[in-house]
Ligand binder design. Structure first.
Ligand SMILES: *Cc1c(COP(=O)(O)O)cnc(C)c1O
Length: 243
C-alpha cells in the first residue's frame, strides 16, 4: 500500500469516526435510538477508491447526484450489502440507465418521474425503494415537489406497484446557523406524519434530511437518513460547472 492510500485511509477513518460520534450524541440528546439512523456518505466528485476505503471502514451506504458520474463507480464497486442512493435530480432520459443500478432513488420529485421509474422497475421485475423529495423551503433554486402538492402527488405515487415509497427527503437552504433550518426539518416530519395517517399502505419510515452543516439539527428533528459529503470526504473540488 502506498503512502497516499495510507493517508487517505487515516483521514477517512478519523472523519467517519467523528461523524459517527456526532450522530450518536445527537441521537442521545433527542432520546432516539442511534440504530434507526443511516449514514449515507455522499461520494459525488470523489473517486471510487475513496468509496472502497470508506466501505472497508464500515460505511454501507453511498450517495451520488449525477447519473453519468455515478454509473462507472457503481459498475466498479457494488458488493452485496452496499447500497447506492441517487440523491440528485433525475432527467427522464436517464431513468432507463439508473433502474437496476441504484438501490434507492431519494429524489423522486414528480409523478412523471415516478411513472417512468415504475415502468422500468416492472421490466426488471423489481420493487424499487424511493423517497419523495419535497421542496419545503420553497426556494426556487431547490428541486423537489412543492409542499402543497405533496399529499396529492404522494397519493398517486404510492399507487404505483413497482415502487416502494419509504418516506421523504429534503434539502434545507444554505444558512449561516443550522438552527435557522430547524423549521424546515420539522415541517418535513409533520408532512410525513400526515401522509402516514392518510396513506397507511406505506410505512413512511424514512426521513432523509441533514447534510454536513445541519445534520445534528436534522437528527434532533427525526432524521433517519443523513447525507454527508464534506465531513467525510473533505471539500469538493469542481472542474468547471458547479453541481
Ligand atoms: C452534495 C449533497 C449532499 C452532501 O452535502 P455536504 O454538505 O457535503 O454534506 C447531501 N445531499 C444532497 C442532495 C447533495 O447533493
Amino acid at each position: 500500500m502506498n503512502e497516499q492510500t495510507t493517508n487517505a485511509q487515516e483521514t477517512l477513518a478519523a472523519n467517519i469516526a467523528k461523524v459517527r460520534v456526532t450522530i450518536t450524541e445527537a441521537a442521545q440528546r433527542a432520546e432516539r435510538n442511534v440504530d434507526e439512523i443511516t449514514l449515507v456518505a455522499v461520494s459525488k466528485t470523489k473517486p471510487v477508491e475513496m468509496v472502497k476505503i470508506a466501505y472497508n471502514l464500515g460505511v454501507t451506504d453511498f450517495g451520488e447526484n449525477r447519473v453519468q458520474d455515478a454509473l462507472p463507480k457503481i459498475a466498479e464497486f457494488h458488493p452485496a450489502g452496499l447500497h447506492w442512493h441517487m440523491i440528485g435530480h433525475v432527467q427522464s432520459n436517464k431513468v432507463s440507465k439508473i433502474v437496476g443500478q441504484f438501490d434507492s432513488i431519494q429524489s423522486v420529485d414528480s409523478l412523471h418521474l415516478a411513472q417512468l421509474l415504475n415502468r422500468h422497475a416492472e421490466e426488471l421485475s423489481i420493487r424499487l425503494p424511493v423517497l419523495l423529495q419535497v421542496n419545503v423551503s420553497g426556494e426556487e433554486s431547490k428541486e423537489g415537489m412543492a409542499l402543497v402538492d405533496a399529499p396529492e402527488m404522494a397519493r398517486q405515487i404510492v399507487a404505483l406497484p413497482h415502487l416502494e415509497v419509504q418516506g421523504l427527503m429534503t434539502i434545507a437552504p444554505l444558512v449561516k446557523d443550522a438552527e435557522e433550518v430547524r423549521p424546515v426539518f420539522r415541517e418535513l416530519r409533520t408532512l410525513r406524519d400526515r401522509l402516514r395517517d392518510e396513506l397507511p399502505q406505506c410505512a413512511w419510515q424514512q426521513l432523509s434530511m441533514g447534510m454536513t452543516d445541519d445534520y445534528l439539527v436534522a437528527i434532533e428533528e427525526g432524521a433517519t437518513i443523513v447525507r454527508i459529503g464534506r465531513a467525510i470526504f473533505g471539500e469538493r473540488v469542481y472542474k468547471g460547472d458547479r453541481q
